[in-house]
Design a protein around this ligand. Sequence first.
Ligand SMILES: [Zn+2]
Length: 242
Amino acid sequence: MRAERTAGALSAEQAIDLAGNRIAYRLNRSPRRRTIALLIDDRGLRVAAPLRAPQRAIDDLLREHAAWVIRKVGDWERKRPAPRLWVAGEQIMLQGTPLTLEARSGAGRPQLEGDRLLVDAALDAPSIESAVHHWLKQRALAHFTARCHAYSAQLGLPAPAVRLSSARTRWGSCHAGGRIRMNWRLIQVPQAWIDYVAAHEVAHLRQMNHSPAFWETVALLVSDHAARRAALRREAHRYLLP
Ligand SMILES: [Zn+2]
């Protein structure tokens, strides 16, 4: 069992047998919670519980909702991308467009050639994985910086410093002092959604809140921001490497 502690909360990997199905889940205990809740997110089943909830109460709730849990975990497994082997022929996404990995001897660092991403044939799978991640992050930083700077110029603001983040649950953040962070994973989703996140963070340079004035500023940059935001929430998982 792997456990980690953050700010009084406790997280652990657990499993339960439900009607002959072994169901793995993450148990998050938090001092702020009063009730036990079952949730499915992009990483699967999660149980949120008060710090001292007895394991028996958690097991009871899972059993009580066994049919729902089995169905939802099944949906999640079907939706989840296939495990990646990092071999030629596999696809990765760049700005919503699939690229096929192709091994070529002497390719050196990954190179884009049409809709193929050439990787060095001498590399083993873990080395291909890290080379492709590195390549995606480089593309991400250059691309996000260009988009944020275009938007800040549009608002007549000084160009912000743009950095990458790798948070699991956040696409972007903006700090007082004009520093923007964008999640490198975003480079995989369609351009319109990347632009929405860039516009959102740049708008925070003017409004450090989510007030109506903030959303008016976002709309100056991306008029259909609500639709893009909804699509990003609903569909991003289809584009992301696990
Ligand atoms: Zn925001």
